[in-house]
Structure formats: structure tokens, C-alpha cells
Design a protein around this ligand. Structure first.
Ligand SMILES: Nc1ncnc2c1ncn2[C@@H]1O[C@H](COP(=O)(O)OP(=O)(O)O)[C@@H](O)[C@H]1O
Ligand SMILES: [Mg+2]
Length: 262
């Protein structure tokens, strides 16, 4: 569904690069987690797929066709995109935010309205309550739900998400992760989910690509990464959630022992 072949994005006339020699393939209906620390090239990679940025070299295929040969605006309208930091239009209501792309695609007003109601319900925002609100009248979690609804509005098969749950409190984040995963399975969406949180990647992704300094260090299923990490960085990243969970278990066990003896 998506294929990146030796993709490079350089700046300053080639002196520095954001992405170097990246090869990736995302299968239809798969959720690929793209993980790595801040500045490693995740956003740049995502933006080249829907041509918000152009690669300096290499090829990107979507549905088997080179994106350079596709009209950039049309391509973007057919790919859902959840921006890092939400990025809702502040002067548009929830309904206007969600309807923007279907309207650009020329859907009839009644089809736009129907779809708007369906996707708002899908992300747990009853339209009667939320459709006419502005983003400033929503909590962070609700805004993020609108971001997801907007990305799904034009019924894309392909959705790119840039740290969609990064800014949320832990409970809201866990709820949204679970809900989005079930939506993704149900609609058989192909998704690239950018995150810097390995727990999120392990919970949501079918396969995980670990990026470091503009390169993909390893791409594999969570089990493959756990059993055969390609280098110490991948090992550290993949073992972190389990280590934290074990440490928490120890702390909680110690507390409950203390509670039992007093
Ligand atoms: N327009 C730009 N000009 C120069 N450098 C850039 C530009 N955009 C991104 N970069 C650099 O490319 C690297 C990767 O950025 P980005 O893809 O945003 O990383 P991430 O999303 O993983 O945090 C960073 O070092 C960043 O400073
Ligand atoms: Mg980023």
C-alpha cells in the first residue's frame, strides 16, 4: 500500500539531512508504528508520503504509483492526516473542521452532513452536543478526537498520524488508543502511527519501524524486535516498557507487603 525506496530528505544544499536512505513497506490493513526520539526524522518521513514535503532523492509509492506522478492536492485529500499538535482550524466549528475535505472533494451537502455525523459518533463525540462548538470549547482529548474524525471524514483507506495521542493525559490517551485500534481494525485502515512512546507502539502496531538519526534501524513485529533487536538502541527501546512495568510491580508489591505487616 505504501512503499518508500531509499528516501532521503536533505537540507542546506545537502549538508544536513532529516531522513537518509529510508526503505519501508506498509501492507494493506496494517498499522505500522514509526518510533524514534525527537528529531530522528519521523515527521519528515510522514510529510513526504502525502507530499507536504518532497524527497531529495528516492521513490515513494502509494497504491503502487509514484506519488510524484500524482496530483499533490488530490493525493492529500485521499490520505487522512492527523497533525502533530492537533492542528484544528481554530475559527471553524467541529462540523466545519470535519467537513472541510469532503467539501473540497465536491461531496453533496447532505452527504457531507451525514458523514460528519457518522465520524463524530465514531470517535465518541455526539454531534448534537459537539458539532457547533469551536476547538477552544473542547478539552485536549476532545480536540484530538476531532482530529481523528477529520482524518477519517473522506473515507480514506490510508491514514498518517503524527504523535496523535502525545499531549493527552494517561487515561484519555489509553482510551483513545484502544478506540482508534478498534476503528482501524473494523475499517481495515492502513495506518502509519508516529510516536516516541514504545508502549503505545507495542499496544497498537502490527509492526514497528525504529528510526534513529534519519535512518530505519530495524523494522519488524513486536516479537521480532523483542527476540532479535538489531542493535543496543533497539534493545533498550523495546525492553523499556517491560522493565518499567516490572519495576512498578516490585514497588507495588513492596507497598502491599508493608501494608500487610502494619
Ligand atoms: N525545514 C527544515 N530545514 C532544516 N532542517 C529541518 C527542517 N525540517 C526538519 N529539519 C530537521 O530534520 C530533522 C528531523 O525533523 P523531524 O522530521 O521533524 O523529526 P521528528 O518528527 O522525528 O521529531 C531535525 O533535525 C530537524 O531539525
Ligand atoms: Mg515530529
Amino acid at each position: 500500500m505504501i512503499e518508500l525506496k531509499n528516501v532521503r530528505k536533505s537540507y542546506d544544499g545537502g549538508r544536513s539531512f532529516a531522513v537518509s536512505d529510508v526503505c519501508l513497506r506498509v501492507n494493506r490493513g496494517e498499522l505500522l508504528g514509526l518510533i524514534g526520539e525527537s528529531g530522528c526524522g519521523k515527521t519528515s518521513t510522514l510529510k513526504m508520503i502525502n507530499r507536504l514535503e518532497e524527497p531529495s532523492s528516492g521513490e515513494i509509492l502509494v497504491n503502487g504509483e509514484n506519488v510524484r506522478r500524482q496530483n499533490a492536492e488530490q493525493l492529500r485529500r485521499n490520505i487522512g492526516y492527523v497533525f502533530q499538535g492537533i492542528g484544528l482550524f481554530p475559527h471553524y466549528t467541529v462540523a466545519q473542521n470535519v467537513s472541510a475535505v469532503p467539501e473540497l472533494l465536491g461531496w453533496s451537502p447532505s452527504a457531507v452532513l451525514d458523514r460528519c455525523r457518522v465520524v463524530l459518533d465514531l470517535v465518541g463525540l455526539p454531534p448534537t452536543q459537539f458539532a457547533e462548538r469551536f476547538p477552544s470549547q473542547l478539552s485536549g482529548g476532545q480536540q484530538q478526537r476531532v482530529g481523528v474524525a477529520r482524518a477519517l471524514a473522506a473515507q480514506p483507506q490510508l491514514v498518517l498520524m503524527d504523535e496523535p495521542f502525545g499531549a493527552l493525559d494517561p487515561i484519555t490517551r489509553a482510551d483513545l488508543q484502544d478506540e482508534f485500534k478498534s476503528i482501524q481494525r473494523r475499517l481495515e485502515l492502513t495506518v502509519i502511527l508516529v510516536t516516541h512512546d514504545m508502549t503505545e507502539a507495542l499496544l497498537m502496531a502490527d509492526r514497528i519501524a525504529v528510526m534513529k538519526q534519519g535512518k530505519v534501524q530495524q523494522l519488524g513485529s513486536p516479537t521480532e524486535l523483542l527476540n532479535a533487536p538489531s542493535d543496543p538502541y533497539v534493545r533498550k527501546l523495546i525492553e523499556m516498557p517491560k522493565q518499567r512495568a516490572d519495576r512498578l510491580d516490585q514497588i507495588l508489591a513492596a507497598h502491599s507487603r508493608r501494608g500487610a505487616t502494619t
